[in-house]
Design a protein around this ligand. Structure first.
Ligand SMILES: Nc1nc2c(ncn2[C@@H]2O[C@H](COP(=O)(O)OP(=O)(O)O)[C@@H](O)[C@H]2O)c(=O)[nH]1
Ligand SMILES: [Mg+2]
Length: 462
């Protein structure tokens, strides 16, 4: 599934990957390609426009233009926004928190897969959640529709409301709820009739059922092949009936995936399930990450996205190294460094960012620095004045006393921090002299300031 979209974006990013620096108009070019790809994947036009605009807003002027590998950045931004638009991480299950019998109403066009999905959901609730489910067909539109649901119900061992010839949809809904209450059902699933196209008759009928049954869940069932019609379908049901979730069927076919994006964006409601085949078991919870991954050819993208993040951090590290070499590394920079250290999850993480330092990562991992200590160091620096942070030489005894009081630490703590700062600055100067190649040749152990392998940071413990 979703082949065209993923191929298309693959081509776009292949082309981008071959370029050096990405200029602002390259972002525009990439977005034009993405726009075409989405349209070809049958994403509804207004949805495409909104998606591309949002991506542009995120991309232009941000890291994309600063990044060393801009194509990766674009991939990341498109991917992240796609996941976000599709509903973010995690599954959106059914809302069943209501006084039983909880009513679930299936709505959608004819042939979208309402009846099949009703039975699939019933089976899931029965077998996974041990719920007592009643299925009721309100489809008096098609001659065999009620029998179709009865057959499916028998197949999965779930009760179906007996059919009374000539009964109207609203009356069937009332009887279903009555039966549900009287016979102690947990859940009543109402399978409504569809029409080939959205029309007034359909909307009035479904609205009347809704008013009679007051469903907790109203699931809009849509075929993954729905193209530009998705706007019309999603809008109509969303505005006239109110939906709480979407079931996207036939994603096992050669649908191009656009409907997922369209339905989600237009209704603003989560896609709760996807239909993956004709078999009654072929229903799965929707995973935005998974679908986005398929859209973007995930195998590749995951590593690209990770690389992109790494690259950005490396860029930061390079900037820092340049500052150190110029001798303009001050306590503000150290504070920044400490923040990043905390973010990266420790010393080894940070050192991994500095070019060529990977080898001693292991040693550093043993340094055992915890968050508490780093936070304390940050507190010390933030108790200093701007001038003091720029020029640590100003820090005489009385200033150190003031800072200790301000940060809830002691003068020895501050002395240790300053020592650490000096060591770091010293190490960086040495490293600068050796140069990258020299670092590789001489190894890095010799550059380590005393105590950096354990004592320096650990000294704040207690
Ligand atoms: N391949 C596939 N077929 C499906 C899926 N869901 C439904 N169908 C088929 O689509 C056709 C119409 O489904 P039905 O439930 O009757 O649609 P309704 O008119 O909305 O009730 C049936 O032949 C189903 O077997 C799905 O997820 N995958
Ligand atoms: Mg049906």
């Amino acid at each position: 599934m979703f082949d065209s979209l993923s191929n298309r974006l693959g081509e776009v990013f292949d082309r981008l990957r071959k370029r050096g620096a990405l200029r602002e108009d390259d972002v525009a070019t990439a977005l034009r390609e993405i726009r075409i790809a989405l349209l070809e994947a049958d994403v509804a036009l207004p949805v495409v426009k909104e998606f591309v605009n949002a991506v542009r807003e995120k991309a232009v002027g941000q890291e994309v233009l600063r990044s060393v590998t801009p194509a990766q950045m674009v991939v990341k931004i498109v991917h992240d926004h796609l996941v976000e638009t599709l509903g973010g991480a995690g599954e959106a299950g059914l809302e069943l928190n209501a006084v039983p019998p909880v009513v679930v109403m299936m709505v959608g066009l004819q042939g979208s897969g309402k009846t099949t999905s009703a039975a699939k959901i019933a089976l899931r609730l029965k077998s996974r959640e041990r719920k007592k489910v009643l299925l009721a067909s309100l489809d008096v539109q098609r001659p065999a529709a009620q029998e179709q649901l009865a057959v499916l119900a028998r197949q999965i061992g779930v009760a179906a409301l007996p059919v009374i010839a000539g009964e109207k949809p609203v009356a069937i809904a009332r009887r279903a709820l009555d039966t549900g209450r009287r016979e102690g059902y947990d859940i009543v699933i109402l399978d409504t009739a569809g029409r080939l196209h959205i029309n007034e008759e359909l909307m009035l009928e479904v609205a009347a059922v809704r008013d009679a049954a007051r469903p907790t869940e109203t699931l809009l069932v849509a075929d993954a092949l729905t193209g530009q019609d998705a706007v019309n379908v999603a809008k109509s049901f969303s505005e006239r009936i109110g939906v709480t979730g979407i079931v996207l069927t036939r994603i096992d076919g050669d649908a191009r995936g656009g409907a997922a994006l369209s339905m989600r964006q237009i209704t603003g409601k989560p896609i709760k399930f996807v239909g993956t085949g004709e078999k009654i078991e072929a229903l799965e919870p929707f995973h935005a990450e998974r679908i986005a991954g398929r859209i973007l050819d995930m195998g590749d993208v995951v590593s690209l996205v990770e690389k992109a993040a790494e690259t950005i951090d490396q860029e930061e590290a390079a900037k820092l190294a340049a500052k150190m070499q110029k001798g303009s590394f001050d306590l503000d920079d150290l504070a920044n460094q400490l923040r990043q250290l905390r973010k990266m999850g420790g010393m080894s993480g940070m050192m991994g960012l500095l070019p060529g330092i990977g080898k001693i990562k292991k040693q550093l991992a043993e340094a055992n620095i915890d968050d508490r200590i780093i936070k304390r160091q940050e507190a010390i620096i933030s108790s200093m004045t701007k001038a003091e942070r720029r020029n640590p030489k100003l820090l005489n005894a009385s200033r150190r006393l003031r800072i200790a009081a301000g940060s809830g630490t002691s003068v020895p703590d501050i002395n240790r921090l300053l020592k650490q700062y000096q060591d770091m600055a010293h190490m960086m100067k040495k490293a600068a002299k050796l140069g990258k190649k020299g670092l590789a040749r001489h190894g890095l152990a010799g550059l380590l300031p005393p105590g950096m392998g354990g004592g320096g940071f650990g000294g704040f413990r207690g």
